[in-house]
Design a protein around this ligand. Sequence first.
Ligand SMILES: Cc1cc2nc3c(=O)[nH]c(=O)nc-3n(C[C@H](O)[C@H](O)[C@H](O)COP(=O)(O)O)c2cc1C
Length: 212
Amino acid sequence: MRNRQCLSGNAMRRAPSAPGARLEGYPNPKKSLLLLARPGQALYFKWVSVLPEQFRAALGHWPSGVSVVTSRTGSTPVGMTVSAFFSVSLRPPLIAVCLDRHAATLAVIFASRFFAVNVLSIAQSNLSDRFARTEESLRFDGVALLEHAGARSPLIAGAVLNLDCDVEAAHDAGDHVLCVGRVSLAFVQHGEPLLFHASRYHRLAPLNGDRG
Ligand SMILES: Cc1cc2nc3c(=O)[nH]c(=O)nc-3n(C[C@H](O)[C@H](O)[C@H](O)COP(=O)(O)O)c2cc1C
């Protein structure tokens, strides 16, 4: 088998190229799957035990937007930076975020039963850092909020999208909790979304020659 020199060891198979091709022995509940490829070569896979840091680095290849998920305990706002955000349903309007089960913000969301997703613009990478690293009680210092009577969670001004949500469901997912939110209010502001990829912030750019 080509590539054997770089993949010797554990059970190794050539990845199926045709739709419907079977992966012998898949899934193996005891091991994780690590895909290995070199430019111009076929893709191979190998059963390994993936360390959390390796898994995090592998997932860094997936680009995402950056949001701050907010809620309130009494009049005190809370929030944390979240890239694990996605749309779920149009009817009813559902979205989901995936939060560390130990996050202080998650405990507040469980108590309040509401949260907001604030999708950051390229001018707000400082807020992404702040809502991930700064002490919780200082995170909202100097942060401008949108005033809207119907919104229960803090809505961050300057975000390209604010979604005010009720907790529809929460599902345990390993060391995280998948929170599904039913959107009750949505504010859209024109602007460039902040992107996160391979541990760095980026901005959108059209492909060469792509005029949309
Ligand atoms: C760019 C970026 C994306 C992040 N995405 C997530 C995420 O999707 N889910 C999560 O639980 N933590 C994520 N974090 C980490 C949390 O923001 C961080 O652990 C935060 O301190 C949790 O706050 P809390 O415990 O005070 O609520 C991310 C951090 C950064 C910088």
